[in-house]
Design a protein around this ligand. Structure first.
Ligand code: GTR
Length: 325
């Protein structure tokens, strides 16, 4: 009979353990359009650390920043089919797919960033997260995307009327096209990665975004006039492919949900610091920041609401957000 030496047995056991642990580690790929170091990228990395720790290393998250896995609209499809496991993305590109995401994407729906944070981390936020699931996507948490304002290469914007006749890039959603149209300007939906060259070549006069994006995507180099009209506070969302989610045990699903929620405070802290830092950078590099009266902008948005909020469910959602103190 074959007698295994003690050494051979130990070596075999070690090999079996190695195979065991290697096959038990699942690598999850996460997409983000922003560069390394951006608050959303760092928040997802932090989520990854929590996951690794809380699952004893069975799951590892790799963050592919700088749109390495594609522009946002394309990554949504890849998440739905399970090609990408995780995605940090704006709510805007989800508007065509998930009606509930249109409400927090409405201009001036939130009174302030604080109002948005409160709503999106409360029961209304959870309700909107749940609305992702029938579309093959698990909503895990909302991050802060600050307030978006218009910027352009042509002239300072001192009032809403100054936008008339100008051409702005918007994210790919009808709400934003109508929002710009309601201000007498023309909207060109295009991927984020094409905005810089779009402004540089004059295809568009400008775009709209928060200070961190305006700064880190270098749009401030080609569009020096930033007007603090803060027309949108569109939350960022962190999602998982339902195909990947369904492979997790219920216990691991709970760990993932909790870790995502636990990464929110980290993102907010990084976000606040980045807004200040980016604003200082663009000001130092010569951007002119104007502060037009917001009321005419707000008043101009009535037709956008009338067109996009017709479903009673969405109307109710709007009313509940507005009623949140
Ligand atoms: C940023 C947002 C991105 C992307 C981008 C855009 O503020 O964080 O997810 O949506 O805006 O305008 O495309």
């Amino acid at each position: 009979m074959f007698q295994m030496t003690r050494l051979a047995a130990t070596a075999m056991m070690a090999a079996a353990m190695m195979i065991g642990s290697a096959s038990a580690q699942t690598v999850l790929r996460s997409s983000d359009t922003h560069p390394d170091g951006y608050p959303t990228v760092e928040a997802v990395k932090y989520f990854g650390e929590l996951i690794k720790e809380r699952t004893g290393g069975r799951y590892v998250v790799e963050v592919y920043h700088s749109a390495q896995l594609g522009q946002e609209a394309d990554t949504i499809e890849q998440v739905r089919t399970g090609v990408i496991d995780l995605n940090r993305i704006s709510m805007g590109p989800f508007n065509g797919l998930i009606p509930e995401t249109t409400v927090p994407s409405l201009p001036y729906i939130f009174r302030s960033v604080e109002h948005a944070r409160k709503v999106m981390t409360g029961p209304i936020g959870d309700e909107i997260l749940a609305a992702f699931e029938p579309h093959g996507v698990i909503g895990l948490a909302f991050y802060d995307g600050g307030a978006r304002s218009f910027y352009n290469s042509k002239k300072p914007i001192n009032s809403a009327a100054d936008l008339e006749g100008m051409k702005f890039r918007v994210m790919q959603s009808d709400i934003f096209v109508d929002m710009v149209g309601a201000l007498g300007a023309a909207a060109t939906p295009m991927p984020y990665g094409e905005v810089y060259s779009g402004i540089e070549t004059g295809v568009i006069d400008g775009a709209e975004n928060n200070f961190p994006s305006y700064d880190t995507a270098k749009h401030a180099e080609v569009a020096k006039y930033y007007s603090l009209d803060e027309h949108l506070i569109v939350p960022e969302v962190f999602v998982m492919s339902k195909a990947s989610w369904d492979k997790l045990s219920p216990e691991d699903q709970a760990i993932f949900r909790q870790a995502a929620k636990d990464s929110v405070a980290r993102q907010w802290e990084l976000w606040d610091a980045q807004v200040e830092k980016s604003r200082a950078i663009v000001e130092a590099s010569g951007s002119t920041i104007t502060t037009p009266d917001k009321q005419p902008f707000i008043d101009a948005m009535k037709p956008v609401y009338n067109k996009h909020v017709t479903d009673p469910r969405l109307k109710d959602l709007v009313a509940r957000i507005q009623a949140t103190e």
